[in-house]
Structures are given as C-alpha cells and as structure tokens.
Design a binder for this molecule. Structure first.
Ligand SMILES: Nc1nc2c(ncn2[C@@H]2O[C@H](COP(=O)(O)OP(=O)(O)OP(=O)(O)O)[C@@H](O)[C@H]2O)c(=O)[nH]1
Ligand SMILES: [Mg+2]
Length: 797
C-alpha cells in the first residue's frame, strides 16, 4: 500500500511518475541523472488563482501553463466556471485555477460570483492578476481592489505587443515600484513571460523559506496519495503533450534549452537574462525586448515587497478608520482582512454582510449596531459628496488608477490608429450590412467546410476503393478476416478520418478564427432580436455560440443564467443547436449527395423549430421573466493568432480522434458480428413501426439511430460502412426524401450521451429525461410530417 510508505518514498514515487510521463527526449540518460539529482528534494504544492477582468488573457496563460484547453477568444465572458489544472516546475506542483473574468469585487452576475467567492473564500497561496496593458486604467480599478485582500500577488502585464503596436510602452519598473508587487510583462499568445510568473513565485517561496521554515504553500510531504492523484493525472497529460522533460519550454527553444542545460544544469531557470524570452522577442521582432531586458533587474528587486497600500481620499479614509476600530473591538471578520471588510461594509455589500453574520452567530445585536453605525457614516459621506456611495468609491479608485497610468504609460510614437478594425466594426454592426455579412459569412463558412470535407472524403474514398480492389485479389471478400480487418477496422478508420475528421477540423478552425478575431460577440449582438423571439435572455447567446462546437460545454455554460427557469430554457435550446457532429452528417450525407442548398434548408428548419419551441415555452410560462437585453462588451477586432487557433482547433478535434475513432472501429466490428449472425434484423424489426411506418426510412437504419446516441456522427459513419458492405452507395440505399428525414431526425432526436449526462449533472435526472422525451417527440413529429409531405408530393406528381 502506498499509504503505508514514508513521505520520502511518496515524493520519490510522484517524481518518478512525473519523470516517465514527461520523458520522450532522446537525451534520456542525461535527464535521468538530472532527475536523480533533484529527486531527493521536497515537492511543494502552491495554489495559484488567475484573476483579472474579462478578456485579458487569463485562459491563454492557463492553457500555456497546464497544457489544457480552456476556451479562448476575443470577447468577454468565455470562462464561466472555474477550471483547474496543474503544472510541475522544479520542486513545485502548481495547482492553477482559471477564474471567470470579473470587472470588480463588487459584482453580481453568477459567473463573476464564482470568481469573487474563490478569491475571497478559498484563500489561494498566490493571485496572478492578469492585466490587459491596452486597458490599463480600467484593469487597475480591479487590481486596486485586489490589493485590499492582502494576498501575495504577482501582476502579469499582458498584451504588451498590442500596446506597442499602438505606440505606447509601460515603464514596468516604475509600475512595479508604485504598486509594490512583482510585475512580469507577458505576451501570452506567444508564450512570452508566462513561465517567469512561476519562477517569480518560486523565488519568493525560496526567499521565504530562507527567512522562516514555515511557508504559506503547503508542503506535500505527509499528505496521502489520494490527494495527489488527480494532479498527477492532469500533469501527466500536460507533460505528454509537451513531451519534454521541462514542460515549459516552447518547442522552438528546446534545442537551445537542452544545450544550455548541459552546461549549467541548475541555472537555466534562475537567471532572467538567460531566459529565452529575450531571444524570442528579438527573433520575432516584436520590439518588446527592451521592456523585458531593461526592467529585469528591477522586477527581481521588488518581488519581496509587501504589496500596495491603497489610500483613498481623506473623508473616506476617516470613515474607514472608524469602521475598522469598531470592527476590531467587537466582531469576527469572517476571515476577511479588516480593511477590506470595512470597505465592503461601506459599500453595503450583501455577501460580506451575510458572511459577517455567519461568523458571528451569537452576536446579532453587535452586528446590527455595527451596520447601523456604518449606515450613518455612509449617509454622511453621501451628503458630503452629493453622490451615491458606489459613485464616490469608484471615482476614488479610478482617480488612483489614472494617476498610476499617468506616471507609467509612455507614448513612444504616434501610430496611425488601426482604421481597418474601426471600419470592420462599423460594417459588421450596421443595420443592413451587419446582417448581410452575418448571413453571407455563415453560408460561406458552411460551404467552405462542405467543399473541404467533400474533397478530402472523396480522396479517401478513392484511395480505399483502389486498395479494396487490390486487397480483394489477395483475400476472399466473404471471409471473416476480410470483413473484420478490411471492412470494419480499415474501412472504419477511412470513414472516420476521411468522412468526419475533415469536417470537424475545418469547422473548429473557422469557429476559432471567428472567436479570436472577435466576430462572435458581434454576431451575438446581431442575434439579440432572435433571442427575444425565442423568448430567452440575451445572455443565452453564449451557450448557443459554444453549442455550435459541442453541446456539452454549451449546457455547462447555460449555468450563467440567473434564474432556474432561464437556466433550464437555455439548456434546452443549447442542446438543440446543431453541433459539429451534426454538421458532419448534414454536409457529409445531404450536401454531398443532394447538394448544398438542401443542407441549408435543413438548418433553416432546425432553427425554425428552435424558435417555435422557445416561443411555445414562453407562451406557456406566465411569469414573463425573460425580457432583459443582452449586454456584451465588444472588444476591438484583432488579427487572429495562428498559434492559438491551431492549438485550440487541435484540442477540440483531438476529442474525435481519441474518442470517436476507436469507437467507430469497435462498433464496426460489433456490427459485423451482429450482421454475420443476423442479429441486427430483430432490432430493426422492433424499431420498424417507428423507422418504417412513421418516418418512412429503410428498415435497416434502426440500429444506427441507436449508435447515434453515443455520438451523433456514428450514425452516418456506421451506416456508410454497412451500405458499402452491401456493395451499394448511399444514393442507391436511400431516396433523397429518406436522406433528408434521416438527417433531420438525427439533428433533433436526442442529445448525445455526453450531453445527457451533463444535463443530468447540472439539473438532475428529471429535467434530463424531460428533454430527452421532448426532443424524441419533436424529432418523430417532424420526421413524420416530412414523410407525409413527401408522399403527398409523390401522389401529386
Ligand atoms: N495580441 C495579444 N493577444 C492576446 C494576448 N493574450 C491574450 N490575447 C488574446 O486575448 C483574447 C482573450 O484571451 P482569453 O485568454 O480568452 O481571455 P480571458 O481573460 O480568459 O477572458 P474571459 O474568460 O472571457 O474572462 C484572445 O483573443 C487571445 O488570443 C497577448 O499577449 N497578445
Ligand atoms: Mg478565460
């Protein structure tokens, strides 16, 4: 039992696990020696929260550090729940938390509360406050609030490249001196400065340990194996992905890194001047190298300072002091720093008042008195300023932010403003041009995906058919070996790789471009009216947009809705959005065999049904709570970053390769066995009242509708395999009407298994089953109508 092992063995065991997961380098002996050298040292765990305003680059940093793939895009509010990942670096395991963007600590929307609660109540060892350097003043507003929490903090001054493009620079040294925190300039999309954030934390930790044996970060030694297991799993994933012994080195620097590592085995992470960031910034001609190099020494100098002491205007400070004295003598502070609590009480922050009451259960009278006292002080302050308290406090914070910006932001050269971004903004949001672009773009995108997918699948089909002719010379086509190996395994792989993967990859590639440029929130703005037609909150657009990629994260994203009813409605709508798997079927079956126009018609019907369902639900619901408008911040258009797009596209498509391809092969074999023993027929016969009589489909498709529940694209791939094994083509097996009905039913009939499980997780079985039956019902009705109409047309012609 690992539990019975002494702590040293557990540490060694963890290190071995990490080592072998990461190890792919040919220089294995050298790495093994380095590993042995460090193995005896203690592993420490440090919990870091990435906090900042929306759209500043937190998730890019998170993905770079952990190797995971949080949604990234140029619009605020992508991260809606906190995500956790781990990274091992030197003798430390970093548990990294990516939080939803948050404008201020006085915040009310659900996803923002997730962040605020985490920051206030979970007490991470460090906060990395990610700041968008191009919106410095606004970001500082939040940073100043964070300083009140008295948590060790590192500031990541991100998007420096864009700032430079606009002709500005930040005096990082001065910025760091004023704020009294370590400041690391970063260009997260190029992975520059990102790992220095961890190095900086390690430096602080090691400095602390030299001063005192007790560290804020918990030492892992002595903790049981169960606590370590998830982190190891996660890290192993990361390390495999990075594939090298030091996970943080970008690929293009690995050769250099190894060479350097040999010469100075322990020094490569300890010297700022030797870090690849300088070379990289020079190589890429980003004109930012001076920022990294000039200020490097100052960054190191300031790292141990204690943080910013926020000093507000005189009147507010007097009030704060009075409240602090009152709190200190009378009440428990709910684990909040007393100054922060005082600030929150003047603000009348409900959450803080609740926490205060909770931590003083027997002190109700004192709390009432305290709140009354605070209310009086607030009233005086408001009378003095002639403003509401929120306005007074915000103005104070903004005034300080402006002062800091004035002292640190330097205008280097007056560049011409990016007119293309403004022009694009204008036409993509225009009343007429906006919609023309939107619909044109959608058609263009689907058409491009179709052409590309069709081209690749044509190539793969041709290749498979040519090889089949040759294989049939060598093997008996009626033999088991031929059916299992050639038809099921090889044919399944060809069908998956040729028939699905090109659609999936090109789909995600384009979606990622739209996300990274910032077009998606513009589309959301244009679609707001559509949202009101469906009768849902404008915010539902976020799960809907995510749903076009995959319904599973879309259902999770529906959690941002404020009320239970809105949430459920958003889940239902998101689960009906045609995801990438459905796109594959629509394009790979209908567009391929019947023409692109028919695919468009199916989409229109699908959206029509979603609107209808939404409207019926709104009519049935008497409470009418859905009228609020969408409020979404539109950030300036950006050139898409190819690295981000490539990584994200692969991260999304990888799921298909890892999950669907093996499933296709296994189910293909199973199907072959079932067919061999004539076992599919009874299943098809049982389903025939639905498939044949209601939907008018060929009897043989019944079993494939079942497979589609696992993953929708399995429907098509396995059906194609079956049809090919009969020596037929799809056109010969199904009439055009049957193809349309089959595809429409697949679009609507049931959310896939993973989506059902997510719905269950978020809302419970009852609602998951309700959605299930509702969608099956809708699919059958629509399929039946299509079948009926088809018969009618046949009769009339
Ligand atoms: N040019 C440039 N773009 C960046 C940089 N860092 C992030 N971005 C872009 O900024 C946008 C936002 O990045 P995200 O990581 O999604 O931001 P976030 O803070 O997680 O946003 P939310 O989850 O919505 O709060 C994306 O389009 C990124 O490609 C940077 O250093 N330079
Ligand atoms: Mg994010």
């Amino acid at each position: 039992m690992v539990f019975a092992l002494p702590p040293q063995c557990i540490t060694l065991f963890i290190k071995l696990r990490f080592f072998f997961f990461q190890q792919k380098s040919p220089n294995i002996i050298y790495n093994l020696m380095t590993f042995m050298h460090t193995a005896h040292q203690k592993i420490k765990k440090i919990r870091i929260a990435l906090a900042g305003q929306p759209n500043v680059g937190k998730s890019v940093i998170f993905n770079n550090l952990t190797g995971l793939s949080q949604t990234i895009g140029n619009w605020p509010g992508k991260t809606v729940a906190k995500a956790e990942g781990t990274a091992q670096f030197h003798d430390y395991i970093f548990e990294i938390i990516d939080l939803p963007g948050i404008y201020s600590l006085s915040t009310y929307s659900l996803e923002e509360i997730v962040s605020r609660d985490y920051i206030l109540n979970e007490h991470p060892d460090y906060i990395i406050n990610v700041i968008d350097a191009t919106h410095l003043e606004r970001n500082l507003f939040f940073t100043l609030q964070l300083t009140m929490l008295e948590v060790p903090m590192i500031l990541a001054l991100n998007q420096i490249d864009l700032l430079e493009e606009r002709g500005y620079q930040i005096d990082v040294a001065k910025f760091s001196q004023i704020l009294n925190y370590p400041v690391i300039p970063t260009i997260a999309v190029h992975n520059l400065g990102v790992h220095e954030l961890l190095e900086q934390i390690i430096e602080i930790e090691e400095e602390k340990q030299q001063k005192s044996p007790i560290s804020t970060a918990s030492n892992l030694q002595g903790k049981n194996d169960n606590q370590l297991e998830p982190q190891i799993k996660n890290s192993s994933k990361i390390n495999k992905q990075k594939g090298k012994n030091k996970i943080f080195w970008p690929k293009k620097y690995r050769t250099h890194h190894r060479r350097h590592h040999k010469e100075h085995p322990r020094s490569q992470h300890n010297s700022f001047s030797q870090h690849p960031i300088h070379r990289k910034s020079r190589d890429w001609n980003l004109h930012t190298s001076h920022i990294f190099s000039e200020n490097a020494h100052l960054l190191w100098d300031t790292k141990l300072k204690s943080g910013y002491k926020l000093k507000l205007g005189k009147e507010v400070e007097i009030v704060l002091e009075k409240i602090i004295t009152k709190i200190s003598t009378n009440v428990e502070t709910a684990n909040y720093p007393v100054r922060f609590l005082a600030f929150k009480l003047i603000e009348q922050d409900e959450e803080s008042i609740r926490k205060l009451r909770e931590s003083n259960p027997n002190n109700n009278k004192e709390i009432d008195q305290l709140l009354y006292y605070v209310a009086e002080l607030r009233k005086n302050l408001e009378e003095m300023h002639g403003e509401q308290i929120d306005t007074i406090l915000n103005a104070e914070l903004y005034q300080i932010s402006t002062q800091i910006v004035n002292q640190t932001l330097i205008l280097k050269s007056r560049t011409r403003k990016q007119t293309w971004a403004h022009y694009l903004d204008h036409i993509t949001l225009g009343n007429v041009s906006g919609y023309i672009i939107f619909f044109g773009l959608m058609l263009g995108i689907y058409f491009t995906i179709f052409r590309f997918g069709d081209w690749v699948s044509g190539l793969m089909d041709g290749l498979y058919n040519t090889w089949t002719t040759e294989v049939e010379v060598l093997m008996d086509p009626t033999s088991w070996v031929y059916k299992i190996i050639w038809v099921s395994v090889v044919g399944g792989l060809f069908a998956g790789i040729g028939g699905v993967l090109p659609y999936v990859i090109s789909f995600f590639f384009i979606i990622e471009i739209l996300q990274d440029t910032g077009y998606l929130p513009r589309a959301a703005y244009l679609m707001d009216r559509f949202m009101h037609h469906i009768g849902v909150h404008g915010k539902t657009i976020i799960p809907i947009l995510i749903g076009f990629g995959c319904n599973v994260p879309a259902v999770s994203a529906a959690m941002i809705m404020e009320t239970e009813k809105e949430k459920k409605r958003a889940i239902l709508i998101s689960s009906m959005i045609p995801c990438s798997a459905v796109t594959t079927i629509v394009l790979g079956l209908v567009a391929k065999n019947m023409g692109f126009t028919w695919a468009v018609i199916l989409y229109i019907i699908n959206f029509g049904i979603i609107i209808l369902v939404g409207r019926i639900l709104t009519k049935l619901d008497k409470s009418k709570v859905m009228e609020s408008e969408l409020i979404i911040e539109l950030h300036e258009f950006r050139r898409p970053n190819i690295q981000v797009i490539a990584k994200q596209t692969w991260a999304r498509s990888k799921e298909f390769v890892v999950m669907a391809l093996p499933l296709i092969v296994v189910l293909g074999i199973l199907l072959q066995i079932l067919m061999e023993f004539n076992l599919t027929d009874p299943i098809n016969t049982i389903l025939s009242p639905i498939t044949v009589y209601i939907l008018g489909l060929p009897i043989g498709v019944g079993v494939y509708l079942f497979y589609g529940v696992l993953r929708k694209e399995l429907n098509l791939v396995l059906l194609e395999l079956f049809v090919a094994s009969q020596g037929l083509t799809m056109i010969q097996y199904m009439t055009p009407l049957q193809m349309l009905t089959f595809t429409m039913v697949t679009m609507l009939y049931i959310p896939c298994l993973a989506t059902i499980i997510t719905i269950k997780k978020e809302t419970g079985w009852k609602f998951a089953l309700q959605i299930l039956f509702l969608e099956i019902g809708i699919a059958l009705i629509i399929g039946w109508i299509m079948h009926g109409l088809g018969l009618l047309v046949e009769l009339l012609l």
